[in-house]
Every structure is written in C-alpha cells, then in structure tokens.
Write a protein that binds this ligand. Structure first.
Ligand SMILES: [Zn+2]
Length: 311
C-alpha cells in the first residue's frame, strides 16, 4: 500500500539535521543560498557588486553601487526576528517531520522558548507554507468537496452552511489509478456561485475536469474554463461513494490533525494558513527527508505578513 511507503520512509534524523543546520553560520549560509541562489543582488539598485560586513546571521551585504546595506532576512518573513536562525531552523525541522502537524505548545516545549514566541514562529512558518501553496494550481482530474472547520463534519446536506463554522473547499487532483496527487484546501466566504467561481479562477487550470456532488455552486467552476461533472447520487451520501474516497480520507486526517494540534485555534482568523500548511505537507509527503530543505527555502523566501502579526 502506498500509505506504508509514506509512513515508513526515512525522514531526517536529529543528528543529521544538526550536522547540517546546527550552527548560526550554517543556517545563515542556507538562508543566503535560498534567497540569492545566483548570488547577492542589491534590492535597491540590482547591482551584484558588494562586500560583506560582519559574519554569521548578523552579516550585512553592502552594495558597492548605492551603499545600501541588506541583512540576510531583510524584506522576508524572518526580518526583525530576535531569535537565532538556528531556532527557526529547528522549528522548521520539527514542523516538517511531524506526521500530523505540531502544536505551538509542543514547539514551545521542544525549543525552550516562551509560548507567545512559539506561537508566532508556528504561525509564520504556516504562513510561508501557505504562500508557497498559493503559487500552484490543480489540473487534470479533480475531486471537489465542501467542508467546514470548527465543528463536526456534516453527514449531508442538512449541515451545510451551519453557523459558527469556517467553510472551505477541499480539492484533490488525481492521477491515473485514482490516487491523490495534489491537495488544495482553501477557505471560502461561503458555498455560493460567486465564491466558487473566484476560487476556481485562482486555483484551477482551465480545462480541469472537476467532479463534485450536486451542490449547486460547484457548477461555477465553468467560469474558470473547467469541465464540471456533477455526480448524481440519489439517496446515497456522496461521501460514501468510492469516487470521493480520497477527499474523505484527507478530510479525516485533517480533522485528526486539528483536534490534536490546534484545539485552541481561532479558526476564522488563522484557518487559511492552517489549511494550506496541512496541504503543503500532504503535497510533499513522498519526500519527508527533502521536506526539511524545501521548507527552509520556502521560509527564507516568504514575504512578511501585511499587516504584521500583532501577537
Ligand atoms: Zn545597490
């Protein structure tokens, strides 16, 4: 079974991680490579000519052209951080290797930082994952379903649109044998044609073949040039149909993750990032080892939030 390959694949061990990213200098070099893989360019005048002032995580790149000084983390999600880069990297490592996600509380315990610090770190790393997920669209054959955070998952139509729940779209692209390829979890304002139309334009390639149950708003994927194939399910609950097996499995896992890790989550405010972070890990589940390096790159390249988080 594919599941076993995923569960038993080697991750990255703690000694291995520490050998690569245990010091500030190693972390600083990894950030530099992630942000300027072709070499430093001045963000102000684009000149490549520069010299380096200081060392390690505190080093500054001073432009020979305009004299502008740029820190390793300037203009990024990590700008103005008071934490050592090695603490960020350790958080990235722990989050990337945790099968069902990691709570801010667990992060606090493992990093030895305060809860607010752990919480903010967690939130920022989630945001980096969300930014990365935003850049890619689903194509091919896609299963689409409506789902909610913050309450029991409904068994059918009766629960749809329930109050106090955060509605989101769960979409899974499938490859030949009906196995899931990529997952998208996106908050929507509601299950309306307008919301689904907007979502589809941002998240699906034109020509995508979309299967869903008969919920009316899903026909709006046609606005994005997609082909809609509603399933006529009669008295059966759509979620019992084999075609929806993977969406169901994924949503079941998501629920376990959220219950275990995020019980005090302010759903409405942070749901989009949590959902995208879940999808990020799911979409990279075949390479748990490589996930560490990829998440380091994605965090190093992530943009700061606007407005900045106040916590
Ligand atoms: Zn310059």
């Amino acid at each position: 079974m594919t599941t076993n390959h995923i569960q038993f694949q080697p991750g990255m061990s703690i000694p291995e991680f520490l050998a690569s990213f245990g010091t500030e200098a190693q972390c600083a070099e990894a950030v530099r490579q992630a942000r300027w893989p072709q070499g430093f360019r001045c963000p102000r005048c684009d000149s490549a000519e520069h010299y380096v002032v200081g060392h390690g995580a505190r080093k500054l790149f001073q432009c020979n052209g305009c004299r502008h000084q740029t820190s390793l983390t300037a203009g990024s999600l990590m700008e103005h951080t008071k934490l050592p880069l090695s603490t960020w990297f350790l958080a990235i490592y722990l989050i990337s290797q945790a099968k069902t996600g990691l709570s801010a509380l667990a992060l606090k315990r493992q990093l030895g930082v305060s809860y607010p610090t752990a919480w903010l770190l967690h939130q920022k790393i989630n945001r980096a994952m969300a930014q990365r997920e935003d850049t890619h669209r689903l194509r091919g054959a896609v299963q689409l379903d409506d789902a909610y955070l913050g309450g029991e998952r409904s068994g059918g139509k009766a629960g749809r649109g329930s109050e106090n729940k955060v509605p989101f779209v769960a979409a899974v692209s499938l490859y030949d044998k009906g196995h899931p390829l990529y997952l998208k979890l996106s908050m929507v304002s509601g299950f309306t044609s307008k919301a689904i139309s907007q979502w589809a334009k941002a998240n699906l390639e034109p020509g995508t073949c979309v299967r869903s149950d008969g919920l009316g708003c899903f026909t709006a994927v046609a606005d994005a040039g997609c082909i809609h194939m509603p399933m006529v399910v009669g008295d059966l609950l759509p979620r019992d149909l084999p075609e929806f097996k993977w969406v169901n499995t994924v949503l079941g896992n998501l629920k376990t993750t959220l219950a275990g890790a995020y019980h005090s989550l302010n759903y409405r405010k942070y749901a989009a990032n949590y959902l995208a972070a879940f999808a990020y890990r799911f979409n990279r589940r075949f390479d748990l080892r490589g996930l560490v390096a990829r998440l380091i790159v994605d965090v190093a390249r992530a943009k700061p939030a606007s407005p900045p988080a106040s916590e």
